[in-house]
Structures are given as C-alpha cells and as structure tokens.
Design a protein around this ligand. Sequence first.
Ligand code: AHM
Ligand code: MG
Length: 375
Amino acid sequence: MASSENKDISYNSLEDMKNVTTVIRGVEKRASVIDAATGFNQNDFFDTNPQTLTRYILTCDDIQPEERADLSIILNAICTACKIISHAASKAGIFDLYGLAGTGNASGDAVKKLDIYGNDCMINCLSSCGKVAYMASEENEGAIFVEGAENKYVVSFDPVDGSSNIDANVSVGTIFGIYAASDETRPNTEDLLQRGTELVCSGYCMYGGATIMVLTFGQQVNGFTLDPSVGEFIQTHPNIRLKQRGKIYSVNEGNAKKWDESVTEFVQSCKNRSMKARYIGSMVADVHRTLLYGGIFMYPGDKKSPSGKLRLVYELNPMAFLIETAGGIATTGTERIRDIKPEKIHERKPIFLGSPANVKEIMDIYAKNTATEEN
Ligand code: AHM
Ligand code: MG
C-alpha cells in the first residue's frame, strides 16, 4: 500500500482510495468512503478522525478509570461554558458586553460586563452537571453551593481573567481547578481550600486569535484549539513541555519602584543579559506564551501589596499545576505555590513561574538575600 506525506492525493475511484494512505500529524490514515464518494482531497486537511478533547478525556491514561465518567461530565460543562464565553468575547463589541457593569467583585475590582456573563455561564453549566456541590469564583464573595448535586468534586475558577484588557480587544481567559471532595456524603466549603498539590485537573481557556483550551491531569499538558466550524476542541498542542531556560521575562515594570531588592536584582540581571521583555497584562496570555516559548512570568509582592495581586485558589494553583506538569517551577520566590495551604478563597500570593533555570535564579537570589539579612 502506498503511503504519502503532503503529496497531492485525490481519488478518481474507490479503488484509488483503497490503495493510498496519508500521514496526518504522524498518524497513518486511510481515506474514508465519504472522502472517495465526495471526491474529497485529503490535502484540504479536513480531519475525518479528529482527536477531540472529549475523546482525549475518555481515552487518556492520566485519569483513573473510576474518575473518568465524572471528570468527563465536569469538563464537558466547563467546555460548554468556555465555548459560550468565547463566542461572547468575539462579539463583545457588537453585543455591548464591553465596559463596566457598575458593581465591584469580591476582590474589590471593577467588574466588566463580560465578567458577569462569563461567571453566569460557568456557574450555570457546572451547577447543572450534577457532580459539583461547591464552587469558588473570583466574582463571588463566598463559596457557591449547588443544591441537590452529588458531592464528588469542587471547582474553583476565574471566569474571565484579564478583563481590564477587554476594551482593547486583548486576549482574556477562563482559569479553573478541580479537586475531589473529601467526603461525598457531606459537602464542605473547606474542600475549596485544598493545597494545589491536591488538584485533580486544572486548565485555562484563552480567548485570543483562536480559542485554545490547555489542561492537565498531572501527567501531561495538552492544548486543544476550538474549531468553530464544528464546535469542538481539537488537540493541536500534544504534550507541551517547557524549555529548560527561556529568553523572555514578563512583569509589570510600572511597579518597579515598590519591588523588594531581590526582584530588583533579578530583573536587572535579565536586562543585563538582554533578555526580551514581554508583558500582556492578561495572566492567561502571559502564561500561555511562557508555556510555549519559555522564560519567566512574575507578579511579585511589593511594598504596597506584599502578597502581590494574583489569587492563590483560582489563578495561581491551577497555573502552577500546569507549569509544573510541563516541567517548570511555580513559586512565591521562597515557597512552592502548590504547597501553600489556602486560608481564604480570595487570598493573594506573589508568583514567579516558568522555565526551571529562569525561576531558580530568582529563588537563589531570595535565598542569598535572606541569608545575608539573618547574618
Ligand atoms: P483580574 O482577575 O481582575 O483580571 O486581574 C488579574 C490580571 C491578570 O490577568 C494579570 O496578570 C494581572 O491582572 C495584571 O495586573 P496589572 O495590570 O497590575 O499588571
Ligand atoms: Mg483574575
């Protein structure tokens, strides 16, 4: 049987078709009968055997067999919410979803209309999936209880992170983390305050030029791009691995005057080496770039906000799980993010995450400066 990669293949007859296979993304495929019947040319690259996110969840080895059905249902709910948010984000101007909604959220930030819309989508989709008794959202002061749901898992999320950028049409994203409930017979808000080491699954969906879902169950990090023509997330970024060392540092330098000496020293050393500076100001987009290109993303504490800006439960822990699974490090500078026991849903922590060699540098600087202070 003939095999070809990127050769011009079209079928004049069923017999032609039977005799040719095509290699698509490393997988040898034989054309389908539909391809032949419609005279379809495989080089047009419509995949008749796509690796969808649902298919991945149902077949990947990272999930325990007994967890597979429940996690599929929960992720299906999250995917539905993200597809709706993606559609809304792309139409935000037309549907008048830009701009302030006139209320503040639980963290005291101005709330954008898309935030409220996204929050409603996530809460409604997850409430109706029947497997989640408690949720924590950036937009809600307290835990959200779902009457009548099984208490299998709890989910924390930031429905639309980076929303201060929405008016400028900059990428925003949804971040989520899924934990197992401690006791299925007794829903407990404390389950939302588990360490990041207890995460079963985490991920983000970025609404950019394309909508992409990146997630992990702890073995691999995989990316799935939304194909709007079929409404499915298709695997496009298998097994994302972080570079050992990257050339990009990412931080809001407007806060430089308030940084401590360790952060100042580290950022100066990045400049001395002519590293590239990139800062979108939308964590999902900055982390996505870090995962793909390597380097370091940071939102340190400073004199005004010693704990930084970003929230441990629904922003940092989910991202730390992704970064560590991809081979990177996520730390406050002195402590592994996923080891911290959260005390409150909305608590903040400083963050340095990314390629291991880059992040180790700031950890070493903190260790050196702390030792000097102690002597
Ligand atoms: P938000 O959850 O209110 O959108 O705030 C979080 C965002 C992150 O996406 C981003 O990393 C950070 O705020 C940017 O903050 P700053 O504008 O202070 O640099
Ligand atoms: Mg946020």
